[in-house]
Structure formats: structure tokens, C-alpha cells
Ligand binder design. Structure first.
Ligand code: ATP
Ligand code: MG
Length: 146
């Protein structure tokens, strides 16, 4: 049924579970698997953001981009180990949910898979901000994985 699956990956445990499910579904459906990732400095809780980041030196954009490259290479290797060659990886420069939705359109994805939570440290709400925004904005099937 699904022809093109888009996995949103941020390296978190939930995203790792999403990767495993995405590989399984890609094999079952004979679908192409794309991965999307926007490199980001992991944010502390919003109330402490400016205060905490003012205490330490934040990583440079180059370092954040390098970490992003490593992250997608890990996704590629993990998918390969599960028997799936990624069709393409897409590295974003804009806000993650915006880029996920844009990439879903560009690849004609018929299923988006992402984690329910990510690397963020706010644990009090059920869905993370990216999974919420993607669920609201998706024009296609969207699966959130615990
Ligand atoms: P918040 O970021 O709102 O503090 P959170 O980090 O717990 O909360 P989300 O960021 O919504 O939760 O992450 C949910 C899922 O969205 C992740 O498991 C991953 O699949 C995807 N995701 C999050 N950030 C990115 C990103 N930068 N690039 C690609 N996918 C992402
Ligand atoms: Mg997050």
C-alpha cells in the first residue's frame, strides 16, 4: 500500500524505534525509505533557555551540522543492518516540522513516521512540539511511535 515512507529522525530513543518500524514497513510494502533530519542544538526547558545557554559556550553552527551528518550516517547504517538501503537523506536548515512537511510533499511520501517524543527535555506534555506540528500539518498518513 505505501510506496514512499518518510522517517523523521533526531537520534532519540523514540526516533530509533520509529526507524525500526519504518524499515519493517518499507520491507513489507516494498516502499522507498527517505530520512529527514534538521541539525539542532538540543534545547533546555524553555524557561531556562536564555539563562542556561548564557552560561556555557553554545556549539558553532558547523559543529551542529557535523553532528547532523553523523546522525544521518548512523540512521543509514542502522537501516542497512535491518536490510534497507535508504532512498535518500534530506538535511534541513529550517525549523524541523516545517522541513519534514516540505520534504513529505517533495518526495510524495504517503506515510510519515516519527517518534512521539524526541531529544527535548520537557517531559510534561504527551507529544513533542515537532510530532504535534507534523500531525497537525500532514497531508498524508502520519504515525507517531513510542
Ligand atoms: P520538544 O522538541 O518540543 O522539546 P521533544 O524533543 O521531546 O519535544 P519532538 O521534538 O517533537 O519531541 O520529537 C518527536 C519526534 O520528531 C522525534 O522522535 C523525531 O522523530 C522527530 N524530530 C524531532 N526533531 C527533529 C529534527 N530536528 N529533525 C528530524 N526529526 C525530528
Ligand atoms: Mg525535540
Amino acid at each position: 500500500m505505501f510506496k514512499t515512507i518518510l522517517l523523521a529522525y533526531d537520534g532519540s530513543d523514540h526516533a530509533q524505534h520509529a526507524l525500526e518500524l519504518a524499515c519493517d514497513m518499507a520491507k513489507t510494502h516494498g516502499a522507498a525509505l527517505h530520512v529527514v533530519h534538521t541539525p539542532q542544538q538540543d534545547s533546555p526547558p524553555i524557561v531556562f533557555g536564555p539563562y542556561v545557554s548564557g552560561l556555557g559556550t553554545p556549539p558553532s553552527q558547523n559543529k551542529i551540522n557535523e553532528a547532523g551528518e553523523k546522525m544521518v550516517e548512523k540512521a543509514r547504517a542502522d537501516a542497512k543492518a535491518l536490510g534497507v538501503d535508504l532512498a535518500e537523506v534530506h538535511i534541513g536548515k529550517t525549523q524541523p516540522s516545517e522541513f519534514i512537511l516540505k520534504t513529505a510533499d517533495a518526495t510524495h511520501a504517503d506515510l510519515i513516521i516519527l517518534g512521539r517524543r524526541g531529544l527535548g527535555s520537557v517531559k510534561s506534555i504527551t507529544l513533542g512540539s515537532v510530532s504535534q506540528a507534523v500531525a497537525h500539518g500532514a497531508k498524508t498518513a502520519c504515525m507517531t511511535v513510542v
